[in-house]
Design a protein. Structure first.
Length: 296
């Protein structure tokens, strides 16, 4: 009975969104995007699209999303939004990070990306424009992928902090006490495989078109680069996502090493009480700010 009620609610929500969408003006970018998509299908094989397309989407998205955080360090005005202001970025750290990223991207992640075509063939995932899901379905699927990945990340990330294995794998990622955006995928190769596996679970569950692979790559990179940015910028659109953790939440994890294990949302840390030190830290900060205001 409960399952039927849930299905009924989801169907009603889908119909409501579809009804609203029918009143929205046509997207002026849709036709150029359709033309580009069909050109890609006509001129490249599915293997080339799945492999090199996925690589290009990942690399372009990653480094373009890192640009704002990288530029912030040169803008004095933005320093008031830096979370750990006593630990500025250095060229030495950023160069070290970049070298490890290049190795991980091309010697760990690229071999996995090469399996994308076989994955789409095995699950009979379409590439055609006519099969592409609507924008609101794609957003819902990305959210579903994020919920699944967040659960995987919380428990496996917490396990990697176990004292018997921490120094062998996860310690690499914690070399930077004050994170910066480019450091999001700075990790031991084994960690890249262990935590990265959570990315693919949602794809297996939801994927009904190759576009979801790329949309979820972009969404996941947007989130992980944001929480590693080191800056808590106001009017961040990601804060509109329900239960979104954000940069300040994850920055505390790097600063404190204990707690705040989830990647995207706050509920797992809240359920298991692993955000207690963060909550205490925020309360202490508020008291210090009140005292400072009274003195002023």
């Amino acid at each position: 009975m409960a399952m039927n009620d849930s299905v009924s609610i989801l169907n009603s929500a889908y119909l409501a969104v579809e009804y609203i969408d029918s009143f929205l003006p046509d997207n002026p970018l849709q036709q150029p995007f359709k033309n580009a998509w069909n050109y890609m299908l006509d001129n490249y094989t599915k293997f080339q699209i799945a492999t090199w397309g996925s690589l290009i989407v990942h690399e372009l998205s990653y480094f373009l999303l890192c640009v704002p955080g990288f530029v912030f360090q040169f803008i004095p005005y933005m320093q008031k939004y830096k979370i750990q202001q006593d630990k500025p970025e250095t060229w030495e750290k950023q160069w070290k990070c970049l070298k490890t990223l290049i190795f991980n991207h091309f010697f760990i992640q690229l071999p996995l990306i090469c399996g994308t075509y076989y994955f789409t063939e095995y699950f009979n995932i379409p590439y055609e424009w006519e099969e592409m899901p609507r924008w609101y379905v794609l957003i819902a699927q990305c959210f579903g992928c994020a919920v699944i990945e967040d659960a995987w990340h919380y428990f496996l990330h917490r396990l990697l902090h176990h004292k018997r294995i921490y120094k062998y794998i996860h310690k690499v990622h914690h070399e930077f006490v004050s994170p910066f955006g480019m450091q999001a995928e700075y990790a031991h190769p084994l960690e890249t495989l262990i935590l990265g596996a959570g990315f693919f679970i949602g794809i297996v569950v939801f994927c009904n078109h190759v576009i979801l692979l790329w949309a979820w790559v972009i969404a996941r990179l947007m989130e992980t680069i944001d929480v590693h940015s080191g800056y808590d910028v106001p009017l961040n659109p990601l804060h509109l996502v329900p239960f979104y953790a954000g940069a300040r939440f994850h920055d505390f994890h790097h600063m404190n090493f204990i707690g705040n294990y989830a990647s995207t949302f706050t509920w797992w840390d809240r359920i298991f009480g692993t955000d207690s030190q963060f909550i205490a830290y925020k309360e202490k900060e508020k008291k210090q700010q009140l005292i400072a205001k009274k003195k002023a």
